[in-house]
Design a protein around this ligand. Sequence first.
Ligand code: ZN
Length: 303
Amino acid sequence: MRRRAGVWGALLMLTLVTACSSRTLAAPTTPAPSTTSSPVAAGRGSSSPGLSIPAPSTIGPPEPSVLTSSRSVALAAAAARPLTGRVIVIDPGHNGRNGANPRAISRLVDIGNGRKACDSTGTQTTAGYPEHAFTWDVAVRLRAVLQARGAAVILSRPNDRGVGPCITERAAIGNRNHADVALSIHADGGPSTGRGFHVIAPARVGGNAPIVAPSRRLATTIRAAFARGTGEPYSTYTGGGKALTVRSDLGGLNLSRVPKVFVECANMRNRSDAARLADPAWRQRAAVSLADGIGTFLGVGQG
Ligand code: ZN
């Protein structure tokens, strides 16, 4: 693990160890700062253009061949953009400046069944590839795939150079945009001897009951597509061999009112997994796989 200099070293190391799994994140004792940089606002993705059908060049009823051609173009375009009209929120875990702003991200927020740190730094590979950079890279790739398929895509942060947003805001972005699907992307900081991916679905907490069942189904479609598309094995260290866990300690799931899961794409602390995570070609496969899993959930039969 790379050590970082600075007064926040001890807190940072603690956060690095616990952040991604997040089950035992210690409550910090430092007071919340009086002025905290605002969490980044979500930008709405570009809207989908309408279908473009060539107009007949003559006045009057078009020739049958023109009609047939126009319909073929429209059908082909619809088939190529099956997610048109869908809104998908992608939440790349952590952020590039979280580590330098421990007071801001350690501020406690209400997650529906308790209080928890606003955000965390995430983990990293032994070689120093940070989780926030990985999640951002996959999120951008996934956005491109989903937009090419017609979806409106909203990211929970605009770049990898900021702080936060808090986990409460990450959930709120999906809610207020009435997302058809929200997906948090992470990579785990598990035991170095363990590898594989897993998906995390929400337990019933407070007002999220309506999304528990659909989120569970989303978890299974993403699990299937991710395993098939990336070749990554089911987690060997969590999820009971099913690559699926249900948790009540994640604010991003507790507070969601739209179908949402987390995907822990691999274990950054495992040598084999780390090599995959650092490979851009594998990250592209991961992004396509996640899009396929979302598409299956939405009934468009991608993948
Ligand atoms: Zn994480």
